[in-house]
Design a protein around this ligand. Structure first.
Ligand SMILES: C[S@@+](CC[C@H](N)C(=O)[O-])C[C@H]1O[C@@H](n2cnc3c(N)ncnc32)[C@H](O)[C@@H]1O
Length: 307
């Protein structure tokens, strides 16, 4: 029995449902990109509930089986997951590595590449180990695992080029002589050719503040709580442009405030968002009101403030 979306846009559908019930209604091999950030196995749990570290892999695998089934053979599954600490000691949990091994060993996903989201604005925690006893430093990165059933999923890094650094721009202007680096790399004159931008690294640096967005402003005005664990629009923007084309279908099965759907819409991709909490799902529609000052810039890239 097809489910009714909570709301629809030109390109997408948002469902208020448990993904374990909704995903089985989607056809096999129909999705180009699963981009998501599930509840992490946090020691200090968020209000929407988080599985324990010891149960995390068992909790996640039924979702992952569905992701694999609905993905096209050349599609990608991109998972943003934060690290965690073991209870009572300044020792890191290995839960996300265990999950990665299970996804690859048990479900046959390939790890195409690991990325790191560096959030300079992340708060120091746990306070006991970082601020009080000063035994550990601030944990400022989260993992982003790019997985695929195929060893060659669709990908094109020329769609996510970055502005050249000042040094590189100078090299391009002046040109360079052929030389051999101490590392053994041969630098050819073509190294200084203008290729439209630099190839991005697997470190994505961006804060997590969207204080000016329509979603935040309207939530506050209506006295609604903003989602406590939104990711910045830059994360889905990067992977949607890197791994999909306009018209493709992007799925976020733990959609929260539906940042992924809003970015997909602005980039001309179809999207499906699934969020089981009714108030998060309902409030996420605020992202699709009138266009505010944010949007797609001259390079076809999104600014971070999404409405
Ligand atoms: C980390 S948040 C995602 C936030 C989102 N990336 C954003 O930018 O707003 C994870 C979300 O998954 C939702 N969730 C947890 N279990 C779920 C399930 N079985 N089906 C659908 N959503 C679920 C939680 O309610 C929570 O809102």
């Amino acid at each position: 029995m097809p489910r009714k979306p909570l709301y629809k846009t030109d390109l997408g559908k948002a469902y208020c449902a448990d993904s374990l019930e909704l995903l089985p209604t989607l056809p096999d091999a129909s999705v180009d990109l699963v981009f998501t950030s599930p509840p992490y196995a946090l020691h200090f749990k968020k209000e929407y509930g988080n599985a324990d570290q010891k149960d995390y892999v068992a909790w996640f695998m039924p979702f992952a089986r569905e992701f694999k089934r609905v993905l096209k053979p050349d599609g990608s599954f991109v998972l943003n997951i934060g690290g965690s600490w073991t209870p009572g000691a300044p020792v890191r949990s290995l839960y996300h590595f265990r999950l990665l091994l299970a996804l690859c060993d048990e479900l046959g996903f390939n790890l195409c590449q690991e990325f790191f989201w560096y959030n300079p604005a992340k708060m120091p925690a746990p306070a006991e180990w970082v601020n009080v006893r000063r035994l550990r430093v601030k944990d400022s990165v989260e993992y982003i695992f790019w997985l695929s059933a195929s060893k060659f999923p669709r990908a094109d890094n020329s769609k996510v080029l970055q502005a050249y650094s000042k040094d590189m721009a100078r090299l391009i202007k002046r040109g360079i002589k052929e030389t051999k680096r101490p590392s053994g790399h041969n630098i050819k004159t073509t190294f200084a050719a203008d290729k439209g931008g630099s190839i991005p690294p697997n470190l994505i640096e961006c804060g997590n503040n969207e204080s000016n967005s329509r979603y935040i402003k309207e939530s506050k005005r209506n006295g609604q709580k903003v989602h406590p664990a939104r990711f910045p629009a830059e994360l889905p923007r990067f992977f949607i442009e890197f791994l999909t084309s306009p018209g493709d279908l992007v799925l976020d099965p733990f959609a929260g405030s539906n940042t992924t759907g809003a970015v997909a819409e602005k980039l001309g991709r179809q999207w499906i968002a699934v969020e089981k909490d009714q108030s998060y799902a309902m409030d996420s529609e605020l992202r699709f009101g009138e266009v505010d000052e944010s949007g797609v810039n001259g390079n076809g890239q999104l600014r971070l403030n999404l409405g």
